[in-house]
Design a protein around this ligand. Structure first.
Ligand SMILES: *Cc1c(COP(=O)(O)O)cnc(C)c1O
Length: 675
């Protein structure tokens, strides 16, 4: 700025300051020798950024190469390759994080990259075939490069003016997926990328509230207990969204699950809908989960749609009818079997796997009956985090409903302006570009092969588990990617009788409140053993590093709430079944890895039995992250979820789950309380 005395005559041409500025630079934009310190320093900072012009002095591509070299140097030869980056994976120590401070002079790019590589040491490597803890896929190359390119150019996907053709990635991805959904039309449907499956859920609940309670966007949600209906096994994102949107977690109405299929029990759903109707409480949305994380239950969205066709649930003088949302973040990728000839079976999947895929595909394709659907590319799409798309069947209806008033001052210089109806304001183009690149790169056949391959390898794992005397697979009937199994320390029943592993499990399933105390204790001890093995795997992985004697412990975990026992009368009790878990997500998994997995479990059991494994500390952290915090306990007067069920399932602490009236006695349903 000119000195204040000159502020009003800046155009006079006698301005000392402007002339002074001009003397800093040569005609070629280089700086002259005798300039203020900031000008010199700024000149050196140019090397911190990729150049704007094409020039041989742009060192960025080489620096990326060097960075990649330092990451790949953390990998190991195949023969004895640990499941993590680097030479060792001692437990993470967060106890000195508050020592961090911004340096005065920045470090060199080499130094920063080196420090970054240090953060990777011990990190689980999701590309490793023994990385089988959860639905944590390794990203494909096209999606990583897409993210790099989108970040390199860093365009704001708020509107076409800024993101230009990168907006096509969002629109084209929506069109590509819409074409896979029966009854949807790519010229009517649309999609918007957001921050995760939970973000999609939030979009869904907001869309539903705005649709059903017509003036809620302006006036807020009236005091009417707008309901969200979903299955007991639906993901806990139902809590995030009702909580954060002010609907209230007690307004979630959980529907019992069918004992065999784990699907939402339709008769219970209809009862609940009629109950809401008679109370005059509007139902905002019915959520169908299309593939739960562990049991892979797929709700019958077609039946839900047909019921809504025939029955008016919300009082039409005040409300619109409920919206149907499919939480398909796990199951969506079966849509990519669209057009697969299950009879000719060109990829030559085994008969049982081909039948499983066919049946799953036919359930998943009923997404077509929903108003909106959530898709996670970072789950079963082999894309990095966070890459999720919320899709609406009738895009224009959504847009008309959700456009922001007072947005006229934004300049719609291009015809695509999602910032006018998106949750976010600034938005990265990286997720859309990554998803788009992945669909093009892998194609239908690529996805079909990866998904089928997981199911084939899981099938093999189940086969070899069967041959193990002390093990039993507990989800033989499920259609998903996970194999859940139990290991027994001894094959003795509650009365000391000799049993096979199968008989052990059968006996466990028969335990309930009628059972003798010793039987309940026996079940508890068997559950504890699963936990001990899983904890043992954890401590083996992180204590015995680098791995010894050719062992390379896998990254695996367990669920403390796979399902309830058969005669369950209280899901929150000790009558639940824990299970060890294999979630083999990547294309490198072979039968050898499955044998290795079992061998590790058996060796771990031996170590656990002989008390050879140390306890791994998990308190290496400093303030403000230390200490306990409290969680509100939503104690409604109905069968809504308890907030304690957000915590990893601790039997006995999850009060009231499944006490719903009308819950049939019979086989237990999956609980699926883990992520
Ligand atoms: C993972 C998951 C979510 C949450 O999605 P994020 O991408 O983790 O936010 C929601 N629903 C189901 C069924 C899930 O498995």
């Amino acid at each position: 700025m000119p000195p204040s005395g000159n502020a009003h005559n800046g155009r006079s041409g006698h301005n000392h300051c402007y002339g002074h500025y001009h003397s800093f630079f040569k005609p070629n934009d280089r700086v002259r020798a005798d300039v203020p310190q900031w000008v010199k320093r700024r000149e050196t900072l140019k090397s911190c950024f990729p150049t704007y012009e094409s020039t041989s002095i742009d060192t960025f591509p080489d620096e990326v190469r060097t960075a990649m070299d330092s990451i790949t140097s953390l990998k190991h030869p195949k023969a004895n390759c640990p499941v993590y980056y680097g030479d060792a994976s001692p437990i993470v120590d967060y106890s000195d994080v508050t020592k961090a401070a911004v340096p005065l002079a920045g470090d060199t790019i080499q130094q920063v990259v080196e420090d970054m590589a240090d953060l990777l040491i011990g990190l689980p490597n999701s590309a490793h075939p023994l990385h089988q803890a959860n639905v944590l896929p390794n990203p494909n190359k096209a999606s990583i490069i897409a993210a790099l390119i989108a970040n390199y150019t860093s365009q704001n996907a708020i509107e076409g003016e800024y993101a230009w053709n990168l907006c096509k990635a969002e629109m084209e991805t929506a069109a590509m997926v819409a074409k896979l959904i029966p009854k949807w039309c790519e010229t009517e449907a649309g999609g918007i990328f957001t921050y995760g499956g939970s973000g999609c859920y939030l979009y869904a609940v907001k869309y539903a509230l705005s649709h059903v309670i017509k003036d809620s966007r302006c006036k807020g949600i009236p005091d009417v207990n707008a309901k969200l209906i979903c299955s007991q096994q639906g993901h806990y994102a139902k809590m995030n969204s009702t909580d954060w949107l002010g609907v209230g977690m007690e307004n979630i109405h959980e529907i019992n699950c069918d004992d065999d299929s784990n699907e939402m029990e339709l008769s219970h759903l209809y009862d609940v809908l009629q109950e809401c109707k008679s109370k005059g409480e509007p139902v905002a949305a019915i959520i169908c989960t299309m593939g739960t994380t562990d049991a892979f239950a797929v709700d019958d969205v077609k039946a839900v749609r047909e019921y809504l066709h025939k029955n008016q649930i919300n009082d039409p003088s005040k409300y619109n009818q409920p919206l149907i949302y499919c939480d398909a973040v796990i199951g969506w990728s079966f849509l990519l079997f669209s057009g697969y000839n299950f009879h000719a079976n060109p990829l030559q999947f085994s008969e049982p796997v081909c039948r499983k895929i066919e049946q799953t595909y036919h359930k998943i394709k009923n997404i077509g009956y929903a108003d909106a659907v959530g898709i996670d590319f970072h789950k079963t799409g082999w894309v990095q985090y966070a890459t999720s798309m919320f899709m609406m069947k009738d895009f224009r209806q959504y847009r008309d409903l959700m456009s922001r008033p007072g947005s006229a001052y934004l300049h719609d210089r291009t015809p695509y302006n999602p910032g006018l109806y998106s949750l976010e304001v600034s938005r990265s183009a990286a997720p859309a570009l990554s998803a788009w690149a992945t669909l093009k790169y892998l194609g239908l056949e690529g996805f079909q092969t990866i998904i089928g391959g997981i199911l084939e390898m899981s099938q093999y794992l189940r086969h070899i588990i069967k041959k193990e005397e002390n093990m039993v697979c507990v989800n033989e009937e499920d259609y998903g990617f996970v194999t859940l199994f139990r290991m027994y320390q001894s094959l003795k029943g509650p009365d000391g009788e000799d049993l096979t592993a199968d008989e052990m499990y059968e006996k466990e399933l028969s335990i309930g409140s009628h059972s003798h105390k010793s039987e309940v204790e026996w079940l508890k001890a068997n559950n504890n053993y699963q936990q001990k093995i899983a904890d043992g795997m954890w401590s083996w992985l992180h204590a015995d590093t680098p791995p010894q004697d050719g062992w390379t412990p896998p990254f695996v975990t367990y669920t403390s709430g796979f399902r309830t026992t058969d005669p369950v009368d209280d899901l929150g009790s000790e009558y639940v079944i824990y299970a060890l878990k294999s979630y083999p997500m990547n294309v490198s998994v072979t039968t050898n890895h499955m044998h290795s997995l079992l061998a590790h479990f058996k060796e771990c059991a031996r170590k656990v039995d002989n008390d050879e494994l140390p306890t791994i500390p998990n308190d290496l952290i400093c303030a403000p992250y230390t200490g306990k915090w409290s969680v509100p306990d939503c104690d409604g007067n109905h069968d809504g979820p308890k907030i304690t069920s957000l915590l990893s399932g601790v039997p006995g602490k999850v009060k009231g789950r499944g006490k719903a009236k009308g819950r049939k006695e019979g086989k237990g349903a999956a609980v699926g309380r883990n992520k």
